[in-house]
Design a protein around this ligand. Structure first.
Ligand code: HEC
Ligand code: HEC
Length: 327
């Protein structure tokens, strides 16, 4: 008897549960016994309201209302202007290293494409020949004379044909960009004497620059003469640079990825297979066009075969390698 009652009540429970989720939608409001003023008359957005003359239910805030957190009484911060409506000439933010880096980041996102990485106005858009109004360089007196406030305003409001970035760049970030532009201006115009304060080896930079230019000149020359029959140490030197042999072979005895060319010619070479040979002309040429034929002991077989070089080019390289040796 007890068992039957239990069974019956389980059945009843199951059927109630199943009834309550029939998978149908209902338009009727759910039964809500305790109302608590939850449902009141109101207007939906955009609904007509005949009470007002203009018929709108959505009302303008009372003139002068300021939303919480929306007070912009700090005109210096928000407009870059003081109480007399003049542009300020100091950045209201605290200039820290992080702040400058933030400015750099934002500058690179929003300004660099036109004004260039150094602010010289040669951004990728300007040099691409797309017909934009040229973005001016920041390294000219007109830009130096712009106050911080004006720079800020050019971001917030745009300037002449340049559009405003106020919707994209936050107030603090605009000031960060202003600070970064100043840093760029400084960086491009620093007198040599002042450089001493910084941990930069100016002489070294200039030397590297000079070397780079020399290398480029040699490369250009090498490209120009390729194809003739000239065999010379000079040509070999140009090819040594042009084909990047220098990346792996030093001239000063240092071992790089590959063995040095210093005193290579005429020396005895030992190979990974246990054999050895004297580095004569034939060996050098073989090493260049078929480097895998004999692997120098202590090195990996990583050199590509320069089998596309002309006779004259190969011979020039050999002459150049010979010139690095007293043998
Ligand atoms: C789409 C290209 C473009 C981008 C992006 C751009 N600018 Fe410009 N900017 C210009 C052009 C073009 C002018 C010159 C407007 C003119 O003279 O009509 C200009 C002018 C300016 C000037 C006035 C410079 C002077 O000496 O007269 C400032 C300052 C400036 N931009 C800052 C910025 C900053 C900061 C950003 C990044 C937030 C930025 N610009 C992004 C194109 C651009
Ligand atoms: C990616 C690095 C790399 C480049 C680039 C490279 N080499 Fe090599 N070269 C090696 C390595 C590693 C060896 C030693 C292993 C071997 O014998 O293959 C070698 C071996 C040689 C040898 C034999 C050296 C010896 O001590 O016996 C010669 C000669 C040589 N290279 C010439 C050249 C020339 C000329 C060029 C440019 C046209 C060149 N290499 C470019 C890596 C390079």
């Amino acid at each position: 008897m007890l068992l039957t009652i239990t069974r019956l009540s389980i059945l009843l429970l199951i059927s109630i549960v199943m009834m309550s989720c029939r998978g149908q939608k209902s338009e009727k409001p759910p039964i809500h016994p305790q109302q608590n003023m939850m449902n009141q008359e109101r207007f939906n957005a955009q609904q007509v309201n005949p009470f007002f003359e203009d018929g709108r239910s959505m009302r303008e805030p009372v003139t002068g209302t300021i939303s919480r957190g929306g007070l912009r009484h700090d005109t210096v911060l928000f407009e870059g202007k003081d109480d007399d409506d003049n542009y300020v000439d100091t950045n209201p933010m605290e200039i820290t290293r992080d702040f400058l880096y933030r400015g750099k980041e934002q500058y690179e996102i929003f300004c660099q494409a036109c004004h260039g990485g150094t602010g010289d106005g040669r951004g990728i858009i300007m040099t691409g020949g797309y017909g934009y109004v040229p973005a001016p360089t920041f390294h000219r007196s007109d830009s130096y004379e712009m106050s911080e406030g004006e720079l800020y305003s050019s971001i917030a409001n745009g300037i002449r044909s340049m559009p405003a970035y106020n919707t994209q760049i936050k107030v603090e970030d605009r000031w960060a960009i202003v600070a970064y532009i100043r840093a760029l201006q400084k960086s491009q115009n620093i007198p040599e004497a002042e450089m001493d304060q910084f941990d930069v080896d100016l002489a070294q930079l200039m030397r590297e620059d000079e070397e780079r230019r020399e290398r480029e000149a040699i490369l250009a020359e090498a490209r120009a003469v390729r194809g003739d029959d000239d065999v010379s140490v000079e040509r070999g030197e140009r090819l040594y640079i042009q084909y990047a042999c220098q990346a792996c072979h030093s001239l000063d005895g240092r071992s790089l990825v590959g063995p040095t060319f210093a005193d290579l010619y005429g020396s005895e070479r030992n190979f990974t297979d246990g054999t050895s040979a004297i580095a004569d002309e034939e060996y050098l040429i073989e090493s260049i066009v078929e480097p895998a034929a004999k692997i120098v002991e202590g090195y990996d077989n990583v050199m590509v075969a320069y089998d596309f070089l002309s006779e004259a080019e190969l011979q020039s390289l050999v002459e150049f390698i010979k010139a690095q040796s007293d043998n």
